[in-house]
Write a protein that binds this ligand. Structure first.
Ligand SMILES: [Zn+2]
Length: 271
């Protein structure tokens, strides 16, 4: 009986296994050469590490490498990437690890899911020690890294860390070129740097690090202003796309929507 089964196995599966090794059939029905496709191999091998690597690519001034579940900072210190804990959504906001920050994928441009699914808000989860490490661990430390830039006639303070000030200047130069009907949305600003906790929470706002801006509140919608959680937005996508081009995510793509809010989060923008 066992021998019979062995025979059946050999007859059925060995040709099948061999046929896999002989090469795959391409979309045009032709047999490809049996050469390993190094690029796709590399992509598939790298997949689990891709997200960690995004951090290295996004913050090259500060992060040396990311491997073995650790972020290696250039000052010689390390941070755990994934703490392995299961978290409720509230825990994700209050005590996220670095991996949690990257758990929701930000979609660039106009083709995103609107309105956002419940609690889908890439960028709203922030591991605070990660940002404190780069932008400053106290109000005075953050302030020592700020510079003043001219936002369409208003002086605002933004961080020089990670070249954030230069990214803001690029955004300004491109927004300026948009047709004049767009200008009312962004020429007035509700502010950039503001060292404060998010209302009703113990979490510091991205504004605390000089990496965020709120544009004109007259055309903005914010979930806290209407807790029914009915998504609303007036900000044209053309404006959003300019910010995204320079590494900023938009709070208008969040379930807890904040359509005036843009923040520098290149790890969510680079692919
Ligand atoms: Zn804001």
């Amino acid at each position: 009986m066992i021998n019979k089964l062995k025979q059946i196995f050999i007859l059925l599966f060995v040709p099948l296994i061999l046929s896999f090794n002989c090469g795959e059939t391409g979309s045009a029905g032709q047999v490809k050469e049996n050469k390993p496709d190094l690029k796709s191999m590399k992509d598939s091998i790298r997949k689990p590490l891709d997200k960690m690597q995004l951090l290295v690519n996004a913050y090259p001034d500060y992060i040396e490498k990311a491997e073995n579940n650790k972020i290696y900072w250039k000052d010689g210190t390390t941070m755990v990437y994934d703490d392995g804990k299961d978290k409720s959504y509230e825990d994700l906001l209050d005590n996220p690890d670095i991996e949690d920050m990257l758990s929701q994928e930000y979609t660039l441009g106009a083709n995103w899911d609107i309105p956002p699914a419940k609690n889908f808000e890439p960028g709203r989860i922030r591991n605070e020690p990660f940002f404190r490490k780069m932008y400053g661990d106290s109000k005075s430390a953050v302030m020592s890294n700020l510079t003043t830039i001219n936002w369409f006639g208003t002086s605002v303070q933004v961080s020089t860390v990670n070249g954030v000030d230069e990214q803001f200047k690029s955004v300004i130069a491109e927004l300026e070129k948009l047709p004049s009907e767009f200008h009312k949305y962004f020429k007035r600003t509700a502010g950039t740097f503001n060292y404060r906790k998010i209302a009703g929470t113990d979490r510091y706002s991205a504004h605390s690090f000089g990496i965020a801006i709120d544009i004109n509140t007259d055309y903005s919608d914010y979930w806290q202003w209407d807790k029914s959680m009915t998504y609303k937005n007036k900000i044209p996508i053309e404006i959003v796309e300019v910010f995204e081009k320079y590494g900023f995510v938009w709070g208008g793509k969040w379930y807890h929507y904040d359509t005036m809010h843009f923040e520098f989060r290149p790890e969510l923008i680079i692919k």
